[in-house]
Design a protein around this ligand. Structure first.
Ligand code: IPM
Ligand code: MG
Length: 360
């Protein structure tokens, strides 16, 4: 049965990097993968065309699709808009409408890129971390929220950090089962010394952990975790954390790997339907220049193949192709190294396509 992949290029470098990912999907189609690609609007592009960041047509498409591939959303152009209709709301709306509560953000260092990290090679070489970020709860979605005027005329902004027990349980199960497939070490990151919501988080994760005696569970405060990730990142296997802490720590972790342009992500619902996107944003400063790194998006395609289409065999081929181009010394600007060839976005995509085709 043909499976539909909804493709949402979005804003900034989104369309450029998605174009390269589509080349990769085309190769797989030519070699028998039975998929149909349908593009739709999201973010600023959707605002410009329809007035809203998540149009009904897009929502209808992603709901019936087998998986979603997203570029990036946002840009300076839409910053003056009210926060409730900004491009980011389109992305947050997709996450919550599809109940994509489990965000998997792997941060592993490619041997070829050890020197691209700003950290010393011996600190990062061999690094392989998985950050499991809760994605549909916490302060991102908690109510009440807003900006209000007090009786004395002063204004205040407010948000709510709230986690229901069931929300913590389900993300904890994803984290523990992920750890079981890896080195069986799980570190839950919270701020239990200050925030009740995360004191509760710690309690629930600990209880869920009783079902996974083979996984070693530890807890760490988020400030310490940020420090430890830079000091000695190899101490971590799987990290599970709240929506906002996961947002911050995954950007931090990306720099261990050399470039945020290398990190893919999967956002999954309870049935492994998923949305796949690079963790970097729309990078308006380099948009339209054909210099962005498309590898995070191409690696997101590999995750899509593995988690939503159950085609780990093809995912491996895509991963291998990315490794091959890096071994061949091909680099985009963000990971450039003296003596190696610096290529454009589209040339990088072509190189991956060539390396992929050779494997069939
Ligand atoms: C991310 C991004 C988003 C987030 C933004 C674009 C809303 O930073 O996916 O990490 O904060 O979740
Ligand atoms: Mg982020």
């Amino acid at each position: 049965m043909t499976q539909t992949i909804a493709v949402l290029p979005g804003d900034g470098i989104g369309p450029e990097i998605i174009a390269e990912a589509l080349k990769v999907l085309d190769v797989l189609k030519n070699f028998g993968l039975d998929i149909e690609i349908q593009e739709a609007l999201i973010g600023g592009a959707a605002i410009d065309a329809t007035g809203v960041p998540l149009p009904p047509d897009t929502l209808a498409l992603v709901k019936q699709a087998s998986a979603v591939l997203l570029g990036a959303v946002g840009g300076v152009k839409w910053e003056p808009l009210d926060i409730s209709i900004r491009p980011e709301k389109g992305l947050l709306g997709l996450r919550s409408e599809l109940e994509l509560f489990a965000n998997l953000r792997p941060a592993s260092v490619f041997p070829e890129l050890v020197n691209a990290s700003t950290l010393k090679a011996d600190v990062v070489s061999g690094l392989d971390i998985l950050i499991v970020r809760e994605l549909t709860g916490g302060i991102y979605f908690g109510k009440p929220r807003g900006i209000r005027t007090l009786d004395n005329g002063e204004r205040e902004g407010f948000n709510t950090l709230v986690y229901r027990e069931s929300e913590i349980e389900r993300i904890a199960h994803v984290a523990f089962t992920s750890a079981q497939k890896r080195q069986k070490r799980l570190c839950s990151v919270d701020k239990a010394n200050v925030l009740e919501a995360t004191e509760f988080w710690r309690e629930v994760v600990t209880r869920v952990g009783k079902n996974y005696p083979d996984v070693q569970l530890t807890h760490m405060y988020v400030d310490n975790a940020a420090m430890q990730l830079v000091r000695y990142p190899k101490q971590f296997d799987v990290i599970v954390t709240t929506n906002m802490f996961g947002d911050i720590l995954s950007d931090l972790a990306s720099m261990l790997t050399g470039s945020i342009g290398m990190l893919p992500s999967a956002s999954l619902d309870a049935n492994h339907k998923g949305m796949y996107e690079p963790i970097h944003g729309s990078a308006p400063d380099i948009a339209g220049q054909n210099i962005a790194n498309p590898l995070a998006t191409i690696l997101s395609v590999a995750m899509l193949l593995k988690y939503s289409l159950q085609r780990a065999d093809l995912a491996d081929k895509v991963d291998n192709a990315v490794h091959q181009v890096l071994r061949d010394g091909i680099r985009t600007k963000d990971i450039q190294e003296a003596g190696l060839k610096t290529v454009s976005t589209s040339e990088m995509g072509d190189a991956v396509v060539a390396a992929l085709q050779k494997q069939f």
